[in-house]
Ligand binder design. Structure first.
Ligand SMILES: Cc1cc2nc3c(=O)[nH]c(=O)nc-3n(C[C@H](O)[C@H](O)[C@H](O)COP(=O)(O)OP(=O)(O)OC[C@H]3O[C@@H](n4cnc5c(N)ncnc54)[C@H](O)[C@@H]3O)c2cc1C
Length: 417
């Protein structure tokens, strides 16, 4: 597979772009792999890439029931940050941000990682106390996070209504300068291409419908819509469908699936060069390189697998933003959609072993797992290849729901995107 470069682009431009080959191979499934990863989202694809790259395991398949990135990875609003409250989370997400910083070069694929800063707004004295505590904790964990004044916020986000009479008055905020955005489908495609280049088989339109077990109950393969595939180990990275697959494997997960919506406006000239989140409304906004305003907010109110989302939630999110940025009131929305996210009671991921031997899991990222794709892939690959949890993944095992050692990020920082 060819390397992408400026020279290659130039040569193809002269040639009418007729020389490009597919970014990844699409083989028929083999009868057996050393590892099968279920789910061709960012986490599944990254797991396959790091299995091959970090552990030399190349007899690996990623099995995706639809198309690559067609789940939450291609539906999210692409915020990347690591200013989490608890030490375990800050270490995990900061590891991920560091991997993002060199990802385009590593994958030879431009994932458009843009460290434009992420600002979380505080709207009351209480909010300000929350962000002060939060900034202090992040700094103790070695993560760049700082409190910013109203003047600084006003300078960075001129569209924001910061007047004392605003519906949501701004008291200050928290900023992570190394935070930002990345192009979501480029992350999926970049990992797919790099994994395929190392020998991983990417199999789309192949749904896993069951698990094959040996006489001891260990998982030894998967049943799929394209037939059975034997596997040394199996990794599960299916986000909102984790409980469906766990059910097929015969165990339960503390995960509930909800729709999370997003919206994109018509393209505008540059009006915002940072990411803004509001603690009061949960709404957030950034501007894509194409000019569209990328908008999101809270979860829909009841569990569902319908990837549409409900109008009252859409109204709440858009209404909140129109209150905060009145100048956007006449901007037209171009598209709206939803993804099915996997919500865990403590808003932290579930990583590692399952109660079924031979089956390992990566799920529970809920509304905030895009930023964790490089880390999530590294950690699941480590566990699959070595049989031991990576030290960063250790606190996030399923066991914490029995021991009570929860890592409650939603309660700790008030927001989980
Ligand atoms: C609207 C929205 C906004 C978001 N905003 C952000 C954000 O700003 N920042 C952030 O960090 N995170 C965000 N997230 C969360 C983030 O998108 C997810 O946590 C992350 O993409 C999960 O990646 P994944 O690879 O685990 O899952 P997915 O990308 O969902 O991939 C799972 C794959 O598994 C496949 N699958 C399911 N069942 C089967 C089966 N039986 N057989 C084979 N394949 C199967 C699915 O088709 C899917 O492609 C957002 C999510 C949504 C929906």
């Amino acid at each position: 597979m060819e390397r992408y470069s400026a020279w290659r682009l130039f040569r193809e431009a002269l040639n009418g772009h007729r020389g490009w080959t597919p970014a990844w191979r699409s083989p028929s499934p083999k009868r057996r792999y050393d590892a099968v990863i279920i789910g061709g989202g960012g986490h599944g694809l990254a797991t396959a890439y790091y299995l091959a790259k970090n552990h030399g395991m190349t007899n690996v398949a990623v099995v995706e029931r639809g198309w690559l990135g067609g789940g939450n990875t291609g539906r999210n609003t692409t915020i990347v940050r690591s200013n989490y409250y608890h030490r375990e989370s800050a270490r995990l997400y900061d590891f991920s941000v560091r991997l993002y910083e060199s990802l385009s070069r590593e994958l030879n694929y431009n994932v458009m990682f843009s460290q434009r800063g992420v600002i979380t707004l505080a709207h009351s004295r209480h909010d300000l106390e929350v962000v002060a505590r939060w900034a202090g904790a992040a700094q103790l964990h070695g993560v760049d996070a700082e409190m910013v004044s109203v003047d600084e916020i006003k300078r960075r986000i001129p569209l924001l209504d910061t007047s004392p009479s605003a519906r949501f008055p701004v008291w200050g905020g928290l900023m992570q300068r190394r935070g930002g955005t990345a192009r979501h489908d480029a992350v999926a495609w970049g990992y797919a291409r790099a994994a395929s280049r190392l020998g991983v088989d990417i199999i789309q339109n192949c749904e896993v419908t069951g698990f094959s077990r040996n006489e001891r109950g260990r998982v030894v393969g998967v049943e799929t819509s394209l037939g059975p595939i034997a596997a040394g180990v199996v990794g599960l990275a299916v986000a909102g469908h984790s409980t469906v697959l766990a059910d097929l494997a015969g165990f339960r997960l503390p995960v509930t699936s909800y729709a999370l919506q997003a919206f994109v406006s018509e393209p505008l000239k540059p009006v915002m060069d940072t990411v803004m989140l509001s603690l009061a409304t949960g709404a957030y906004i950034s501007q894509s390189d194409k000019g569209g305003l990328v908008i999101g907010g809270g979860l829909d109110l009841y569990p569902s697998y319908a990837q549409r989302g409900n109008l009252p939630t859409a109204q709440r999110v858009i209404g909140a933003l129109a209150d905060q940025m009145p100048a956007l009131g006449r901007v037209r929305l171009l598209r709206q959609w939803a993804g099915i996210v996997d919500v865990v009671p403590d808003s932290s991921p579930i990583l590692g072993e399952t109660p079924v031997e031979g089956l390992f899991i990566n799920c529970g990222w809920g509304t905030g797992g895009f930023k964790a794709i490089p880390a999530g892939g590294t950690l699941l690959a480590h566990h699959l290849a070595t049989g031991e949890p990576h030290p960063l993944a250790e606190p996030f095992g399923l066991r914490r729901f029995a021991t009570g050692a929860l890592i409650d990020e939603a309660a700790a920082s008030g927001i989980a995107h």
